[in-house]
Write a protein that binds this ligand. Structure first.
Ligand SMILES: Cc1cc2nc3c(=O)[nH]c(=O)nc-3n(C[C@H](O)[C@H](O)[C@H](O)COP(=O)(O)OP(=O)(O)OC[C@H]3O[C@@H](n4cnc5c(N)ncnc54)[C@H](O)[C@@H]3O)c2cc1C
Length: 226
């Protein structure tokens, strides 16, 4: 499908959201991803295609891509993305993914590592749009200058009193003690983890040590970040 860039929003020092208008209406579930192709000159060995979570909720209609830039050592893809002008079109395809909420009666813990916050923006906006009251605790982990989307989360919180957000700011890293201290009913909850691959692996190990069943853990890995 043809996606036309209509806006570029700076979320933090090195994090931007690109707002694309699809040529035709697109149906997706909050938390899903889509592949983007950006043809450009001399692509590096990572090529011209990447997938990104759609950080917007379906009710927003436009497709938001939120990503982090390494302005010195970044890929040719990210350089081409950053250089896109308003009004330019790229190709989006193969929408999919199962990092979605299946059971709206369950209680959830969302754990985000840095840019891994993207699916939660979509999911939380979607729940708020549908007016569903779901018990969600969000652990938002990362660098202080990389915390984004707080305007959206605060707006939802003002209206619905959730999600309850605990920040774990570096150099502090999330660990068993922090989770145990903040959550009393661990065994009753479903855990979602999203972020760079290494972070997701470490957090899963922490949860398994806390005797959380593997079947209660849903993961979204972002490869490509060191
Ligand atoms: C389901 C899913 C959803 C995702 N959602 C998101 C999302 O919402 N937001 C998001 O930002 N990412 C997301 N990703 C990850 C995304 O697809 C990219 O892999 C990631 O953003 C890294 O992009 P990049 O490869 O262009 O590297 P860059 O971000 O440009 O660089 C990252 C690091 O990789 C190294 N590097 C750069 N280029 C090269 C190269 N050619 N060869 C070797 N090393 C290099 C550098 O050290 C650099 O610091 C998702 C991935 C999956 C699987």
């Amino acid at each position: 499908m043809k996606l036309t860039l209509i806006k570029k929003i700076q979320e933090a020092k090195d994090i931007y959201t690109f707002v694309f208008e699809p040529e035709n209406p697109v149906n997706w579930k909050a938390g899903q991803y889509i592949f983007f192709k950006i043809p450009h000159e001399n692509p590096d060995d990572r090529g011209e295609i990447r997938h990104f979570t759609i950080s917007s909720a379906p009710s927003e209609k436009n497709i938001f891509l939120t990503t982090k830039f390494d302005f010195e050592n970044g890929s040719s893809f990210k350089k081409a993305l950053f250089k896109l002008n308003q009004g330019s079109s790229i190709e989006g395809f193969n929408l999919g993914g199962d990092f979605i909420l299946e059971n709206l009666k369950a209680k959830y813990i969302f754990i985000a590592g840095g840019i891994g916050i993207t699916p939660y923006r979509s999911i939380l906006m979607d729940l708020a749009h549908e007016g569903r009251l779901t018990d969600i605790i969000l652990f938002y982990c990362g660098k202080a200058d990389g915390i984004i989307f707080m305007d959206v989360f605060n707006e939802i919180k003002k209206k619905y009193e959730w999600p309850l957000i605990h920040f774990v700011i570096e150099p502090q890293l999330i660990n068993e003690e922090i989770i145990k201290e903040k959550v009393a009913d661990l065994e009753d909850r479903i855990f979602y983890i999203s972020g760079p691959m290494v972070m997701v692996r470490i957090v899963e190990e922490i949860l398994l040590k806390l005797n959380i069943k593997k079947s209660s853990i849903v993961k979204d890995y972002f490869p490509g970040y060191g």
